[in-house]
Design a protein. Structure first.
Length: 173
């Protein structure tokens, strides 16, 4: 019986070599092409162009660009940076930069930085830190609480929950 099972395993290995390196069926079947990965990032950028950066009705992302870096090794992930100017009432040029990784077949929002004339916002996953020109100390917290309280006027919050699902790309089935 042992020899029979061993023979079956060897036949499976020879018939399906893609599984020999530990890939699961879902990884083999759902492997995204480079073009699809780029197109999905473009959809995220398009969605950003339709949302407000803050609560002001004239506060939008403009000039949204991205840079995608392919993996340097087979086991590494694609990474991307999305940059934008922020069109809002301001005396200086406001900007935003967001870092994403393509992990488990989805873009994930890893961190971000937003610079306005009144504050510098730093985001890392579901956490934030704000350095305001009106205060000499930073304000830290979690996005979930800030969303519940309505206390954070930042684009990252909207992107994290509305464009992404808790920072993970939404995919329509």
């Amino acid at each position: 019986m042992k020899h029979f099972l061993l023979a079956i395993l060897i036949l499976i290995y020879l018939a399906f070599p893609a599984y020999a390196d530990g890939n699961s069926v879902s990884n083999v079947i759902t492997k995204e092409s480079d073009l699809e990965i780029v197109q999905r990032l473009d959809k995220i950028k398009d969605s950003m162009g339709k949302i407000r950066f803050c609560y002001n009705e004239n506060c939008f992302y403009r000039n949204i660009t991205s840079i995608i870096t392919p993996p340097s090794q087979k086991s590494a992930n694609y990474t991307a940076t999305i940059s934008a100017t922020i069109d809002r009432p301001s005396t200086v040029l406001d900007t935003a930069d967001y870092k994403l990784d393509f992990i488990n077949h989805r873009w994930q929002l890893i961190k971000g930085e937003e610079y306005t004339d009144v504050a510098e916002y730093l985001f890392n996953g579901d956490r934030y830190e704000i350095f305001s020109v009106h205060s000499n100390r930073g304000l830290k917290g979690k996005l979930a609480q800030a969303r519940k309280d309505g206390s954070l006027k930042a684009g990252y919050l909207t992107i994290y929950y509305d464009i992404f699902d808790n920072g993970i790309e939404k995919i329509k089935s």
